[in-house]
Design a protein around this ligand. Structure first.
Ligand code: PLP
Length: 382
């Protein structure tokens, strides 16, 4: 019998099936087909249309941000957020090594270089303490008011904390540190729609934040992303850059800078609007599942990761901590061989060939977590 048979049985009974259980399936329980049909009937399936405007308005309202700009996906939303933060080629951007590749790829699209700082074991996200230590030791503020890396001489142009699996980082402390050093913060909130910190939705703390609506996220538009901000100027910049930098005019084509075709198509926005209506229901189902996992794992030698202090998680992807790498590998093997999809957390960005020369602070907690964290099935349950 498998060592983790009880976990396999529990997950199968929770999802009430003996069939393969994916990590995260989308839930379509509302107006998805209706809005998609309406969108097709309107013929406006592409880069302009009423659903895009509606989605931006409703996303802003849900998150409490003043503005939202819908994008083709979360990765290019991050690219634009970095551009409007003023990051330039050859500059440096602080982020965590324990993240999904898109965070670091977006930094690279600018031609900037990531600096990898450790995460906290409680939040799985950027550690405020490690950030402070790194800056105190390695950075200096120059007469121009900006912060530079003493060892490379490059400007540290932004900081991108990521709310891992929906668990909010200690964003208030991170913002306070970055304010002191005059470093803009872009929250990578791709995974944290529905999560809040001290009662405020994630994404409202930094200068800008991005969400992803990829098929594996809490709600999906097929592919999609968005930038939110409370700064009118940045919202206008984001909209301009994502729409080929076209100066609005009824018939003329005039562009005043290099822009991008990053606007979310209306057909994706139709799906997004229907999904956003379902978000609270989906969050309730995910919390129900989290409570079941909490109860099941409480007397096991597998630790179920729960929301950190001061925060509410959307429990996008549930995660457990195994005792060590051997136990993790055995858990992955047994669950996947028995029809329960599980997967290890990402390889640290600092170990990938394209980022292995980037500066890091030792990444003690990141390495510890990399060896032990596994995601377990997290789809919505009724
Ligand atoms: C942390 C993080 N950042 C960025 C992204 C990029 O989003 P997308 O897949 O929509 O490009 C994702 C998700 O895929 C993510 O998990």
């Amino acid at each position: 019998m498998a060592q983790f048979q009880d976990t396999i049985d529990f997950i199968k009974s929770t999802f009430n099936t003996q069939e393969f259980i994916p990590l995260h399936a989308p839930y379509f329980g509302g107006n998805e087909k209706k809005y998609l049909n309406e969108c097709i009937d309107s013929t406006f399936v592409s880069s302009v249309g009423a659903f895009v405007d509606q989605f931006e308005k409703e996303l802003a309202s849900y998150t409490g941000a003043k503005y939202a700009v819908a994008c083709v996906n979360g990765t290019n939303a991050l690219h634009i957020a970095m551009l409007i933060a003023g990051v330039k080629p050859q500059e440096e951007v602080i982020t965590q090594a324990l993240t999904f590749i898109a965070t670091t790829n977006a930094i690279s699209y600018i031609g900037a270089k990531p600096i990898f700082i450790d995460v906290d074991k409680e939040t799985l996200g950027l550690s405020a303490k490690a950030l402070e230590n790194f800056l105190n030791k390695n950075a200096e503020k120059k007469a121009d008011g900006y912060t530079y890396n003493k060892s490379t001489g490059k400007r540290i142009a932004a900081c991108v904390p990521m709310h891992t699996f929906g668990f909010p980082v200690e964003i208030d402390k991170i913002i306070a540190i970055c304010d002191e050093w005059n470093i803009p913060v872009v929250e990578d909130a791709a995974e944290s729609l529905g999560s809040s910190f001290k009662g405020k939705h994630t994404g409202n703390f930094g200068q800008t934040a991005v969400f992803s609506f990829n098929g594996n996220k809490t709600i999906t538009s097929g592919g999609g992303g968005a930038i939110i901000t409370n700064d009118e100027h940045l919202a206008k910049r984001a909209k301009h850059l994502t729409t080929q930098a076209k100066i609005p005019h009824k018939w003329e084509f005039r562009h005043d800078e290099i822009g991008y075709n990053y606007r979310m198509p209306n057909i994706n926005a139709a799906l997004a609007c229907a999904q956003l209506e379902q978000l609270d229901t989906i969050l309730e189902g995910k919390r129900k599942l989290a409570n079941k996992y909490t109860e099941f794992f409480k007397d096991k030698n597998i630790k179920y990761i729960t929301e950190p202090e001061n925060s509410t998680s959307n429990y996008w992807l549930n995660a457990v901590l195994l005792e060590n790498r051997e136990q993790r590998d055995l858990f992955l093997k047994e669950t996947n061989e028995n029809g329960v999809m599980t997967r290890p957390i990402w390889d640290l960005m600092s170990t990938l060939p394209m980022f292995k020369d980037c500066q890091n602070d030792g990444l003690k907690n990141s390495q510890w977590l990399e060896e032990r964290v596994v995601n377990i099935p997290s789809s919505y349950i009724k």
